[in-house]
Design a protein around this ligand. Structure first.
Ligand code: ADP
Length: 469
């Protein structure tokens, strides 16, 4: 049977079919919920990081923007005032000797490289406009100098080129950028981002340590729910987490004690009831054969069977440890037993089917389901699929299909009730006690899974054993 075909037959809901309708997903709260990571670790990290980033954005914007603007305006106003003063002085005596003196003094005292270029004209290219620096320079030059000028602020990292026309030439100033605008404010951002990164790293380390005990508790509770060993679990972490862990361990101990008591009591009852039954059998064996005696023997055999079934149900399966088991082998074993009993069982197994199981208990569960199918139908098909998509850790589905009479839809849940049987109504007696399905479901649930019944595409009943891995 091809894989895709068997996947369709599982009848298990896929992710897509469970997705919320598209419209509902657009609601802002739902959207936030969907975008929010599911894990506590990432949520806590967002709770710490988001306000920090928000605060930094606000501080950067409010403080730095204003700071930048103010400092740039002041610096460019001062530079332009100096240029205006130098130009005025030059115009008082525009001789080359005086021009050279002004150039030298401007360089020495103001740190401004100034040149008076006789016969030069302003460049034809467009003067810089727009942006904080160009705007404040333009404002200041218009206010203080009121002559044709040309500026180039694009070489911001090194120099700002300022040219002002006078009669017969151009005064050119290559002002170092740091003299006209606040160029080193980014250091503030570097510090802010740097310290934030350090803080976030520290937060990550602390959060990890706080969340690890919660993860361990969740894993221990899950393992216990699946019937696996959780011996190495110890309460750790913050006091609330320790309390929850301690409560879990107390609960686990109570459940285990309860099961032990029940098992011990039932072992006693079993022994007590078996002894008189054995005595009956011995006494019957000594009586001469006859139809009444045969009936009595039948009754005693049935009582023994019922007693076994009942004890199995009541005993549960808690005592057995979980061991790594290959389901393929286990299913093949159960199939061989069923074939020996005269049933026709076909197998179809896919993927890696190894998982921790209480082997004997689970064999019992499989036997009950497969034997039931064999009892009530001529053919049985067993399919096992590993489905990695359903949960994070993946799961295994075992489908047992038959082509018998099946079970009416309204009885599909009822038949799991202990002692519930349909045979009386069907005038059939297959010698069951009505505990087979109840025991099987109990075992599947003890492994964190479940059993459900449905109509089989083969015409009879389909039992789906779902197991988390
Ligand atoms: P029993 O020990 O009587 O088989 P179960 O709990 O195993 O008890 O089953 C309960 C009832 O469900 C049975 O009496 C039987 O009528 C019905 N049943 C179980 N499996 C099947 C099946 N594969 N096809 C039809 N009926 C079934």
């Amino acid at each position: 049977m091809p894989q895709s075909d068997t996947e369709n037959r599982t009848g298990a809901p896929t992710r897509r079919s469970r997705a919320a309708p598209a419209l509902a997903a657009l609601h802002p709260f739902l959207l936030l919920k969907r975008l929010m990571p599911a894990g506590l670790y990432w949520r806590s990290l967002i709770i710490i990081v988001a306000p920090m980033v928000l605060l930094q954005i606000v501080v950067t914007y409010v403080f730095l923007e204003r700071h930048w603007q103010l400092v740039t305006e002041r610096l460019s106003a001062k530079t332009i005032a100096e240029i205006a003063m130098l130009l005025e002085e030059f115009e008082e005596d525009p001789s080359p000797f005086h021009a050279a003196r002004i150039t030298r003094r401007a360089g020495e005292n103001l740190g401004l490289p100034v040149a008076f270029l006789e016969g030069e004209r302003l460049p034809d290219t467009a003067s810089s406009t727009g942006g904080l620096l160009a705007d404040s320079l333009n404002d200041e030059i218009r206010k203080r100098i009121a002559r044709p000028y040309w500026i180039n602020t694009l070489r911001q990292n090194s120099y700002v080129d300022i040219r002002i026309a006078y009669d017969g030439g151009v005064m050119r100033v290559l002002s170092p950028a740091s003299q006209v605008y606040a160029s080193n404010s980014h250091i503030f951002i570097v510090w802010m981002v740097g310290t934030s990164i350090v803080l976030i790293i520290v937060a990550i380390i602390f959060l990890r340590n706080q969340i690890r005990p919660i993860e361990r508790l969740a894993a221990a509770a899950e393992s216990f729910g699946m019937g696996r060993d959780v011996e190495s679990f110890r309460p750790q972490g913050a006091s609330e987490v320790r309390r929850a862990a301690q409560a879990f361990m107390d609960m686990r101990a109570r459940i285990e004690r309860h099961i032990e008591q029940r098992t011990a009591m039932l072992a006693g009852v079993s022994h007590d009831l078996r002894t008189p039954l054995t005595r009956f059998k011995l006494q019957l064996a000594m009586l001469p054969d006859g139809p009444e005696i045969a009936e009595l023997r039948e009754d005693i055999a049935e009582m023994e069977r019922m007693l076994e079934d009942y004890l199995e149900f009541a005993r549960g399966h808690q005592g057995e440890p979980s061991v790594e088991t290959d389901l393929a082998d286990l299913i093949a074993e159960v199939r061989d037993d069923a074939v020996r009993k005269g049933h026709d069982v076909k197998l179809d197994l896919h993927g890696d089917l190894t998982l921790p199981l209480r082997r004997h208990a689970f064999k019992r569960c499989l036997t009950n389901i497969i034997d039931n199918a064999g009892k009530y139908a001529p053919h049985v098909w067993v399919t096992a699929i590993r489905d990695a998509e359903q949960d994070d850790a993946g799961s295994i589905d075992i489908l047992v299909d038959d082509d018998g009479e099946g079970i009416p839809d309204d009885q599909l849940e009822e038949v799991f009730r202990p002692f519930y049987r349909l045979d009386a109504a069907r005038n059939l007696d297959k010698g069951g006690t009505g505990l087979g399905l109840a025991i099987a479901r109990d075992i599947a649930r003890g492994h964190g899974g479940d059993i459900t019944l449905a109509r089989s595409p083969m015409g009879g009943l389909r039992a789906i054993i779902h197991l988390p891995v």
